[in-house]
Design a protein. Structure first.
Lengths: 184, 461
C-alpha cells in the first residue's frame, strides 16, 4: 500500500501471513498455537479438518440449536393440528376421534424437518457473525485469494501475547509467502 | 492471466478414470469454474437452449391464462378420470427433483466424493423441478385464487385444512421440500459466492455477489460451524426426500382404487423418483459438460457411477412392477386382477408395454461397461427412462380410473392440446431456468472440488 508509512496511526487488527499450501498453513498454525497465541484465525478456501483440530473449534452450539428447532417444529406441527381438529373446529366424521394423532404424523414430521433446517441455516450464519459485508481482513490487498487458492493465518492484536514487532518476526520465521499488517 | 488463459484453452479432453483431471489444482479449478460465470461469452448452445425455452414459457403463460379464464374443462378430465395430466406431471417432476437431494444429501452422508462435481447442478435441477411440480396442483384446484385455503391460515370462515387427507400432507411435504432444498443449495453456495465476489472485476457484479456471500471470509471458526450445519442439513434432507415421495404415493395408496391401494407404493415411488431424477441429471450434464469442456471435472467415472445408480434404481422399479403383477394375482381380488389384465391388454396396453420397454428393457444395455462409459449411450438411455417414467405415472393414473369398478362408467381418457401445452410449457420453463443458473451461478462447487484434489491426485499413481 502506498500509504503504508501512515499505518502506525490507524489501529491494528492483527498481523497476517499468507501461505501457498495446505501443509504449510497446518504446520504454521500448529507452531503459532504452541507459541502461546490464542486469538488466532486461519482463513482458507475450503475447510481443513486439521486446522479445526489445532484451533480446537470442534465444539459449537449449532447441533443443539438444530435439535431445539426440530423439537419446537414437531410440537408446533402437532398442536397446530390438535388445535384445529379438537379445539377450534371439531367435526365428528363417522365417530372417529377428534385427536386422530396417527394421521397427524406426516405433517408433524415435515414441520420438524422444516424448523430444524431453518435453525441450521440461521444458527450457522448468525453464530458466525454474518452477514457482515466489511471486515478488517478485507483491507489486506491479497486477501481476495483466501477464497481461491491461498491460505492466511492471522494473529489478532487483542491477543495478550501480541506485540507488533515480535509477532511479525514470529510469523516471518514460519516461511510464509508474505506478511502484512491488517488495519482496523 | 496467461495461466488462466492456458486453463481456458485446454483442448486435450480428459478420458481417465479419476474423479478429477490431475492437471487441475486449486488455482485452475477456481478460474475454470468462476470464469464460466464471470466471462462475457457463453457457448452458442446455451443461447440456443435458452432461446428454445423462452418461447415455450410463453406457451405456458398463454395456456395458464386460458385455463384460469375457462376452467379445468379445457383439459381432458371427466368422470371417471378426474385426475389426469396434472397429477401425472406433478409426480413426474417431483420425482425428477429427488435425484438432486439424493446426490447432495445421501451421497454426502455416504462420503461419496464423486458427488462433489455434480451436486450443485443437481440441486438446481431439484429446485426448478419442484417449481414445475408445484404448479400442477395449484392449476388443478379449479379455483387457484383460493389455493391459500390449503395452508393453515386462520380466517373468518373458520376453515381449516383436512389434516387427515394425504393431499394436505402433500402441501406440507412439497413446501417443506422446496424450502429445505433451497436452503441447502444456498448454504452450499455461500463460499463459492465469496470466491466470485473476490474475482469479479465489474463493481456492480462484485457488489451483487458480495451481498449474497454475506461477507464470507473462510475463517476456520466459520468453517467448523458451516461443516456441522451442512452435515446435519444433509442428515435432515435424507429422511425428508424419502418422506416426500412416500407422501406423494399416499395420494394414491390411501384410496381404495385397484392398482393404487398397495403397500409397495411408497418405496416403489421413491425408487422410481430417483431413477427418473438420475436420468434427468444425465440428460442435463452430458451436453453441458461438452459445451463447457468440463470433461476434467465431470469425468467418465462420474457418468459411469450415475449409470450404475440408474441401473440399481431401475431394478428396484422392475421389482415393483413384478410385485404389482404378483399381488394382483395373489390377492385374488377380482378388481385387482382385472386392473392388471386391463393394463396389459386394455385400451392403454401399448403405453404399458412401452413403459416396460423404456424402464425395464432399455437399461439392460448398462450391464456393459462400454455402454456405461459412453456419453452418447447414457444420454439416449436417460431420455428413454425419462419418457418411461412419465408413461408409468400415466398408466397408474389412467388405467385404474378409466376402467373402474363399474363397466357402465368406463370411458377413454386422453390429454387435450391444453394438457400438452402446459406440460411442455413446464419443460420449457425448466430448460430456461437451468440455462440462467448455468450462466449466472457456479454450477460446480469450487470449494468441494478443491477439497478432493489432494486426495485424488495421489490416488492410484
Amino acid at each position: 500500500m502506498s500509504y503504508g508509512h501512515t499505518s502506525a496511526e490507524s489501529k491494528l487488527f492483527g498481523i497476517v501471513a499468507e501461505f501457498e499450501s495446505e501443509a504449510s498453513i497446518i504446520e504454521a498454525t500448529g507452531k503459532t498455537v504452541e507459541a502461546g497465541y490464542h486469538h488466532v484465525e486461519a482463513y482458507t478456501p475450503y475447510p481443513l479438518e486439521e486446522l479445526i483440530d489445532i484451533l480446537d473449534l470442534h465444539k459449537n452450539k449449532v447441533a443443539l440449536v438444530i435439535l431445539i428447532g426440530g423439537l419446537v417444529g414437531c410440537a408446533a406441527g402437532f398442536f397446530m393440528q390438535y388445535f384445529a381438529s379438537v379445539i377450534h373446529y371439531p367435526i365428528n366424521v363417522g365417530g372417529r376421534p377428534f385427536n386422530s394423532w396417527p394421521s397427524f404424523i406426516p405433517v408433524m414430521f415435515e414441520c420438524t424437518i422444516l424448523f430444524a433446517s431453518i435453525s441450521a441455516v440461521l444458527s450457522m450464519i448468525l453464530m458466525n457473525g454474518l452477514p457482515r459485508p466489511y471486515h478488517p481482513m478485507f483491507n489486506v490487498d491479497r486477501f481476495q485469494y483466501a477464497s481461491q487458492d491461498r491460505f492466511f493465518l492471522c494473529i489478532e492484536a487483542d491477543d495478550p501475547k501480541f506485540n507488533p514487532e515480535e509477532t511479525r518476526q514470529f510469523l516471518e520465521s514460519l516461511h510464509p509467502h508474505e506478511v502484512s499488517e491488517v488495519e482496523e | 492471466m496467461s495461466k488462466e488463459k492456458a486453463g481456458e484453452n485446454q483442448t486435450a479432453i480428459y478420458t481417465g478414470d479419476r474423479l478429477i483431471d490431475p492437471e487441475y489444482n486449486n488455482t485452475t479449478v477456481t478460474s475454470k469454474i468462476s470464469n464460466i460465470v464471470l466471462h462475457k461469452d457463453a457457448p452458442a448452445q446455451l443461447y440456443i437452449a435458452a432461446a428454445i425455452g423462452l418461447p415455450i414459457i410463453g406457451i405456458l403463460g398463454m395456456s395458464v391464462t386460458y385455463l384460469f379464464l375457462v376452467g379445468t374443462g379445457i383439459w381432458g378430465l371427466n368422470v371417471p378420470v378426474a385426475w389426469g395430466f396434472a397429477i401425472i406431471n406433478f409426480v413426474w417432476w417431483i420425482g425428477i427433483g429427488h435425484a438432486g437431494t439424493l446426490i447432495s444429501a445421501i451421497l454426502h452422508l455416504m462420503r461419496q466424493d464423486w458427488r462433489n462435481s455434480i451436486n450443485r447442478f443437481a440441486e438446481a435441477m431439484t429446485i426448478f423441478a419442484v417449481m414445475c411440480a408445484g404448479m400442477f396442483p395449484l392449476l388443478h384446484v379449479g379455483r387457484p385464487w383460493v389455493a391459500y385455503w390449503l395452508m393453515p391460515i386462520p380466517n373468518t370462515m373458520g376453515l381449516w385444512p383436512q389434516w387427515r387427507s394425504p393431499l394436505v400432507w402433500d402441501v406440507f411435504a412439497v413446501s417443506t421440500y422446496f424450502t429445505v432444498s433451497l436452503l441447502f443449495w444456498y448454504v452450499g453456495m455461500i463460499p463459492d459466492l465469496g470466491t466470485l465476489r473476490d474475482r469479479a472485476k465489474h463493481p456492480v457484479i462484485k457488489r451483487i455477489f458480495g451481498v449474497f456471500a454475506l461477507g464470507w471470509r473462510g475463517a476456520t471458526s466459520h468453517w467448523a460451524r458451516y461443516e456441522k450445519a451442512y452435515l446435519i442439513l444433509a442428515g435432515l434432507s435424507t429422511p425428508l426426500v424419502l418422506s416426500v415421495h412416500s407422501i406423494v404415493s399416499f395420494d394414491f395408496a390411501i384410496s381404495l382404487v385397484p392398482g393404487w391401494h398397495t403397500t409397495i407404493f411408497p418405496p416403489y415411488f421413491v425408487a422410481g423418483a430417483i431413477y427418473a431424477g438420475f436420468a434427468m441429471v444425465l440428460t442435463l450434464t452430458i451436453p453441458v459438460r461438452k459445451w463447457y469442456h468440463l470433461e476434467g471435472l465431470i469425468t467418465i467415472r462420474h457418468l459411469e457411477n450415475m449409470g450404475k445408480i440408474v441401473m440399481a434404481t431401475g431394478f428396484i422399479v422392475i421389482y415393483g412392477y413384478a410385485m404389482e403383477i404378483f399381488i394382483s394375482w395373489y390377492s385374488a381380488g377380482p378388481y385387482e386382477g382385472f386392473m392388471m389384465y386391463n393394463r396389459m391388454t386394455g385400451q392403454y396396453a401399448p403405453f404399458y408395454w412401452a413403459l416396460i420397454f423404456c424402464n425395464a428393457v432399455s437399461i439392460q444395455i448398462l450391464w456393459w461397461k462400454k455402454a456405461r462409459r459412453s456419453p452418447v449411450v447414457l444420454f439416449i438411455i436417460s431420455l428413454i427412462v425419462g419418457v418411461g417414467m412419465w408413461l408409468e405415472r400415466f398408466i397408474i393414473v389412467a388405467t385404474s380410473l378409466a376402467n373402474d369398478f363399474m363397466p357402465s362408467s368406463w370411458d377413454h381418457y386422453s390429454g387435450t392440446v391444453w394438457d400438452w401445452s402446459i406440460y411442455i410449457g413446464t419443460i420449457g420453463f425448466f430448460m430456461f431456468m437451468m440455462c440462467l443458473f448455468i450462466r449466472f451461478l457456479p454450477m460446480i462447487p469450487m470449494t468441494e472440488m478443491k477439497m478432493i484434489i489432494p486426495k485424488h491426485r495421489e490416488k492410484d499413481d
